[in-house]
Ligand binder design. Structure first.
Ligand code: MN
Length: 235
């Protein structure tokens, strides 16, 4: 019998706490739905016509994951670091080419999330037809609360809101999602073999905006939970 050895200590398994459990949820991949609320698509200057468009996605590496309550550095190479408050869906069962009617079988639970974004770099990339990675795949930019187990439950309404230093910034409702939970699971599973531990950030509503060092974000999704984040000094 041989034992695998490594040149250096392998990277950790990224994971999140689960409400009511001692076991943590191990993370596989981080998927993000782009432009999934009409008012946000309009504020970004890219309205969505669902009758002729499909949802689109980007990914971030699990190494960007940060737990709610953290203080993160204001990241390098940006002058316009934005918050995007989102509902996060945790996949708990494998699925490929899943029908909308059975999509709920993949749902493990939900969390509150922040898709932190270097908006200046994202917009340059978007307008030049370049990848979004430098704008989106930012270290410490995928902020997630504890996972709330809600196996098989489809969330189709519930207020989503957040403040910065106590001032309201984003407020909407899950019933305004352009592509709903069933549609997202079914569509994303056409491209990927979804796996337990995949997280899907379902998109942000209007009211995204810039942050400064020292700012404190408090947000929540009704029926799910709450999330906080503090922006520390620039690195
Ligand atoms: Mn987003």
């Amino acid at each position: 019998m041989t034992t695998t050895t490594y040149l250096w200590t392998p990277p950790p398994v990224y994971s999140l706490p689960v409400r009511g459990k001692t076991e943590r949820l191990p993370i596989n991949r981080l998927f993000f739905v782009g432009r999934n609320y009409h008012a946000h698509a309009v504020e970004m200057g890219k309205p969505v016509d669902k009758s002729v468009e499909r949802p689109f996605y980007f990914t971030k590496s699990p190494q960007t994951l940060v737990e709610s309550g953290a203080t993160v550095a204001y990241p390098p190479e940006t002058k316009n670091y934005h918050h995007e408050m989102e509902l996060v869906l945790a996949i708990g069962a494998p699925g490929f080419r899943v029908a909308q009617e059975t999509a709920h079988e993949l749902i493990y639970g939900y969390a509150c999330g922040l898709d932190m974004t270097r908006r200046d770099l994202q917009l340059v990339a978007r307008d030049k037809g370049r990848p979004w990675d430098l704008g989106k795949d930012v270290e410490e930019s995928s902020v997630v609360s504890e996972i709330v187990p809600m196996q098989g439950q489809v969330l189709d309404r519930g207020e989503l809101a957040m403040t910065v230093n106590g001032q309201p910034r984003q407020k909407s409702d899950l019933d305004k999602l352009i592509w709903n939970i069933r549609e997202i699971i079914a569509d994303l599973s056409l491209f990927y073999h979804l796996q337990p531990g995949d997280l899907i950030f379902t998109g942000t509503p209007e009211g995204v905006g810039a942050l400064q060092p020292g700012d404190r974000i408090e947000g929540g999704v009704a029926g799910v939970g709450e999330i906080t984040l503090t922006i520390g000094p620039a690195e």
